[in-house]
Design a protein around this ligand. Structure first.
Ligand SMILES: Cc1cc2nc3c(=O)[nH]c(=O)nc-3n(C[C@H](O)[C@H](O)[C@H](O)COP(=O)(O)OP(=O)(O)OC[C@H]3O[C@@H](n4cnc5c(N)ncnc54)[C@H](O)[C@@H]3O)c2cc1C
Length: 304
């Protein structure tokens, strides 16, 4: 039986595993694709110790750090179910079953869909959720980015390195990028911001050709549309175990990453913490494992 099972190996889960190993806790971490969401950004300038790094490089260095500990077991498997038997957890993947005394949910979130006609039909045919992955396909093309967050601004900046023209299409008055990225967007001749506008339909024959808008512009000819309108938390496994979620479906944790269920902890983008960043997820992951260390110190748990 493992002391700790970490579900999700993004930066949050990987960092939790490092501390878990150092507390000498028998640790297993699951992820079909280690590294998580940060891998999809080309530029991270706010993670201490790295002045300027790609998300892929940052994820890789945290994963390499975790893999340097020999008392962490890495499983490239998706967890499909967890049962609680007494105080013990039975974790099921497509490949096997594992027992653990405690669980850390670090399952992150997935891209929210725009939910307009044409989105599903043109996904991977001009509609994308990742500029780092698909940006190079749009060399000298016209593309749009839907959204007004810092992530949307960064996606637009990256796309401007390839595309002829990038439109940021945002439903409100002013995009909410970090000041440094807002300045970069405003100074970039290739980027134009269209505020107070929603994309209502994506149209084309085999690939995206244009989008329909609900403002005076009505239509915009585009070769690609990048959708960056937030995330939906992955919390079904936690919810099934009786873990309390908030109205947005995020796992509710306290300052020590404890949930309302004994033995279950959560950290990172899947939780109710507002400022979802690599560094905040990492800190919550570390707190979760510190809480587990204290919990297990004087507590005996029988196998399932
Ligand atoms: C475009 C963009 C730019 C960003 N830029 C920055 C930045 O500059 N600086 C910064 O600090 N943050 C940035 N962020 C935010 C940052 O990426 C996230 O806050 C961070 O990656 C969250 O890490 P996490 O480990 O909590 O979740 P995730 O990275 O989402 O990892 C969750 C992992 O859980 C796994 N998983 C889910 N369900 C299961 C299951 N059932 N079984 C097994 N595994 C499972 C997934 O495969 C995934 O790998 C950016 C985000 C985006 C989209």
């Amino acid at each position: 039986m493992y002391d700790v099972a970490i579900i999700g190996g993004g930066v949050t889960g990987l960092s939790a595993s490092i501390y878990s190993a150092r507390f000498n806790l028998k640790t297993i971490i699951f992820d079909p694709d280690f590294g998580g969401l940060i891998k999809t950004t080309h530029l991270v300038e706010n993670y201490p110790g790295f002045t300027n790094v790609t998300g892929m490089e940052l994820a890789k260095s945290i994963e390499d750090h975790a893999r340097s500990y020999k008392n962490i077991e890495f499983k490239k498997e998706k967890v499909i179910d967890i049962e609680k038997n007494g105080d013990c957890f039975l974790i099921k993947t497509e490949d096997g079953e594992y027992q653990a005394k405690t669980i850390v949910f670090s399952t992150g979130a997935e891209h929210r869909k725009l939910n307009v006609p044409g989105e599903k039909e043109f996904t991977n045919k001009g509609v994308s959720y990742c500029a780092t992955c698909d940006g190079p396909l749009f060399k000298d093309k016209f593309v749009g980015v839907v959204g007004g967050s810092d992530s949307a601004a960064k996606e637009a900046l990256l796309l401007s390195q390839y595309a002829k023209k990038v439109y940021i299409i945002y439903r409100k008055e002013k995009i909410r990028a970090e000041p440094i990225n807002l300045k970069r967007v405003e100074e970039n001749d290739k980027i134009e911001i269209i505020n107070n506008t929603n994309v209502t339909e994506i149209l084309g024959r085999d690939f995206v050709e244009k989008v329909r808008l609900d403002s005076n512009l009505r239509e915009l000819k585009l070769d690609g549309l990048f959708i960056e309108v937030g995330f939906v938390v992955k919390a079904e496994l936690a919810e099934k175990l009786g873990v309390e979620l908030n109205e947005k479906g995020e796992i509710i944790i306290n300052g020590m990453s404890e949930t309302n269920v004994k033995g279950i902890y959560a950290a990172g983008d899947c939780t109710n913490f507002e400022f979802k960043q690599a560094i905040t997820g990492v800190a919550q992951g570390v707190n979760a494992v510190y809480s587990i260390y204290n919990y297990l110190k004087d507590y005996k748990i029988e196998p399932c």
